[in-house]
Design a protein around this ligand. Sequence first.
Ligand code: FRU
Length: 326
Amino acid sequence: SGSERVYRIGFSQCTGGDEWRKTLLHDMKRELAFHPNYTLLYEDAANNTARQIRQVEALANQNIDLLIISPNESAPFTKVVEAIFRKGIPVILLDRKVNSELYNAYIGGDNVEIGRMAAEFVGKYLNGKGNVSEIWGLRSSSPAQERHKGFREELKKYPGIQVTSEIDGKWERDTARNVLNTSPDKFKNTNLIFAHNDVMAIGAYEVAKRNGLTDKLEFIGIDALPGPSAGMQAVADGTLKASFLYPTGGEEAIETAARILEGKAFKREQILTSIQVDAKNIRGLKAQSDKLLSQQADIEKQSQIIEQLTQTYSFQQNTLYVTLFS
Ligand code: FRU
């Protein structure tokens, strides 16, 4: 109804270029459809911290009622996010954190726990013995730090397993691919590569395959996105031995924004559940997520049809009005 208050939500993404973040934005938009009185002001920093800081400051000066942010790195954003919070603009941190308690809500997976689950999988998969390599996400971002922490802590339970190399993949498939390309021989004695996300794991797999290393080398990642070329499919194909579901929280972010804006109670820490995806459950999970994707596509098609009908209807009404009163 036209009398509803209009709200402006700013959303600052560290990058919008990968599948996970595209899905995140899509999940938000689906939920936003229930709030026609909300406007989304969206900024994509393309992995550039300085640019993202400028974008966030610009958003804060555009009369936003709330800020959702997934900061590229933690420390450099602490001050700017605190300043926005102090101005009275509610802040929702999504997936990545800052080094401050001054925010209204955090929504994201339990990255320490996901790292632990990965180590437990590795420990069991390698029967407690072997050499592992770890491909890091961006070291200055909180999910990379937390995934590493959980992984290393849990891996201590398997003294026969060594982490023989650490690689900087910065969350990007090409970065991981390039690093591996320069010295593939380094991985001759590696049994398993754990990457902080699936795109890096898949990139590493491609290089290893080209260098004839995949007979003795296994790969695991994190995200387990559905769709034809993402982590779920890679587990189904056996390219990845495991992945861990990392929900985007896009829908929850908009729900929480709505609760904050409408003065309702909300949870400050919203930890989204993850599960291990491996050969044992992939078939069922994939069938379910494929079904979900096709249902979502149907719903989007339906709402387009409704939109068209509404336009036709209002056009007919206008024509009727013009015919009657001119
Ligand atoms: C996407 C991404 C995901 C990862 C998350 C961590 O940009 O790299 O693959 O799980 O960000 O913040």
